[in-house]
Design a protein around this ligand. Structure first.
Ligand code: HEC
Length: 290
């Protein structure tokens, strides 16, 4: 959200005019991580000693039925989080990998990947509401306000002028209108795998983060000789609401995040948004036929 506000982010104007995050940042993600992990930019509570960035190898293939993804990256030494009892936010899961897929129909997806789901008023973000349940909205706020996209709200404040609070978590559209957005592909398909519980989840993000309802994901996650490896298999076609269907000849928006070292919620490493395609030389992540 703050990336849209000029006083916080040098890229806000060109982004609004259509640039992608990768247009400016593709080659410098490690430097950006360094600025955030040292507290120089964006991050008010950086855990001392946390690594700034993770170089990840992403490989993709497909056959007639499925998309196959493989992620690999180096493990890290444990850095206790000072403001959490025991130093681990999610003691059950050392590592989680999540990814989002979307068509261009969801606003910002084609320019920003997952970043369009992140708002100043989400749980663990600085502007989160103290008692979201009090608003009585049709949202699961047990753990606080989770990711949402703009299409699910009647208004999302993106300028923050004259002290206006950024976000719009409580400006929820009516159920019927949200269903209509879902049918119009205005959602982010969300997949996640967790190392400790072994959970493999397949959901979507529209009015909130929903971790069920997808056609089902198959995956593995393990650490060996200091390297983490995740493999994921997903059907190319699905009729389930909240799933996108991947056809050849089209590009899809793709972004992923790694919660390394027992972290949770906003304390993850996130990728920029990339383009995924099948046998498509224009794709940044090109899944080749097996
Ligand atoms: C037109 C170029 C441009 C675009 C497009 C752009 N940025 Fe930036 N971004 C910048 C510049 C310049 C800075 C450094 C100066 C500043 O912080 O204002 C920056 C800073 C940042 C930082 C802080 C770390 C750092 O290196 O200073 C983050 C994080 C960031 N951008 C993320 C994004 C994301 C996410 C998007 C897409 C939603 C995006 N940017 C789009 C130009 C751009």
């Amino acid at each position: 959200m703050w990336t849209l506000v000029g006083k916080f982010h040098g890229g806000s104007r060109p982004f609004k005019a259509g640039d992608r995050c990768t247009t400016c940042h593709d080659k410098e993600t490690a430097d950006m991580g360094q600025k955030m992990v040292t507290g120089q930019k964006a991050e008010p509570t950086p855990p001392t000693g946390k690594r700034p960035a993770i170089p990840v190898t992403v490989q993709a293939t497909h056959d007639a039925e499925k998309l196959y993804l493989r992620f690999q990256w180096e493990g890290t030494q444990h850095v206790p989080i000072p403001f959490v009892d025991g130093g681990k936010m999610d003691p059950e899961n050392q590592t989680k990998l999540a990814l989002m897929l979307a068509t261009d129909e969801a606003e910002y997806a084609s320019q920003a990947g997952c970043w369009g789901t992140c708002h100043e008023d989400l749980r663990t973000m600085p502007g989160h509401p103290e008692d979201p349940a009090a608003a009585g909205l049709n949202l699961d706020v047990n753990q606080g306000v989770t990711k949402y996209i703009k299409e699910s709200r009647t208004k999302v404040e993106e300028k923050g002028r004259r002290g206006k609070k950024l976000g719009g978590w409580d400006k929820l559209k009516a159920d019927g209108d949200i269903q209509a957005e879902l049918s119009a592909h205005k959602f982010m398909d969300l997949l996640r795998i967790s190392s400790g519980t072994g959970a493999v989840e397949d959901g979507h993000v529209l009015e909130q983060r929903i971790m069920t309802g997808g056609q089902g994901l198959v995956g593995s996650i393990k650490e060996e000789a200091g390297y983490w490896t995740v493999t994921l298999e997903r059907k190319l076609k699905s009729d389930n609401p909240g799933d996108i269907t991947i056809d050849s000849g089209k590009l899809y928006n793709f972004g992923f995040a790694i919660h390394d070292d027992y972290t949770n919620a906003r304390f993850h490493h996130v990728s920029l948004g990339y383009k995924l395609g099948l046998d498509n030389s224009e794709a940044e992540i090109n899944a080749l036929a097996q």
